[in-house]
Design a binder for this molecule. Structure first.
Ligand code: MD3
Ligand code: FE
Length: 211
């Protein structure tokens, strides 16, 4: 089974952060078709930060909650503010992959109630930040990369700590738990290119436990 193969192909990036290269390659077609289904109901949009800046990453969500940002702040909201309706349910392909990845990384009981979907076009970046709007930091975050490669910036506990760079490719999965859960991280501006399946884009799925 893939899980057993990946006990060999896991790379520890930091305390509690496990990289599994190619873990989602076989599931990519199903994941991409489900991203299209979700974004037909809850379209990708550019959120505004509390400081008034339009984010260059386009985002949407599925699951019981969605991560949103506006002039009032960041939060997890059960309602999509664009539509006034609940977020689309999490597709079976998402639930399956997130569960298998968490299990392979040593988090057997992980059940996400949010999947945040980021869409990057060439030039899009995500500045250094922490993910700290969730209710329980002992729960990991599972991230899946699809499409064009990105330079992932991995920092420390303080914004000014020096960063390391990792290339994240199509199908790579990282599980962020343990002491790494609150580290600063970001994505350098996406380089131009064309991915044979995804085109001139990159998607990142992050599975989270909001509450
Ligand atoms: C480390 N996304 O959505 S995935 C995000 O590629 C986010 O779109 C990036 O950072 C992306 O918040 C990076 C890797 C990642 C995601 C969440 C983390 C690393 C993390 C949470 C805690 C620590
Ligand atoms: Fe993040």
């Amino acid at each position: 089974m893939m899980q057993d193969l990946f006990t060999e192909a896991r790379e520890d990036l930091d305390d509690g952060a496990v990289l599994m290269r190619g873990f989602a390659v076989d599931a990519a077609a199903a994941l991409l078709s489900d991203i299209a289904q979700v974004s037909a109901l809850a379209p990708f949009r550019h959120l505004v930060t509390p400081g008034g800046f339009r984010m260059s990453v386009a985002m949407t969500n599925c699951g019981d909650f969605g991560w949103v940002s506006d002039r009032r702040g960041y939060r997890y909201d059960p309602i999509d503010p664009e539509s006034g309706h609940p977020w689309p349910p999490m597709p079976v392909s998402f639930i399956d992959l997130a569960g298998r990845a968490a299990h392979a990384a040593g988090y057997a009981g992980f059940h996400a109630d949010v999947c945040l979907i980021n869409c990057y076009l060439p030039g899009t970046r995500l500045t250094l930040h922490q993910d700290r709007d969730e209710g329980d930091f002992t729960q990991p975050i599972v991230s899946i990369s699809l499409g064009l490669p990105a330079a992932f910036l991995w920092g420390g506990k303080a914004r000014t700590d020096k960063t390391r760079r990792y290339a994240l490719h199509h199908g790579d999965v990282v599980v962020w738990g343990g002491l790494s859960r609150l580290n600063f991280h970001g994505i350098a501006p996406l380089k131009d290119g064309n991915h044979p399946i995804v085109g001139a884009r990159r998607f990142n799925l992050t599975f989270r436990r909001a509450r």
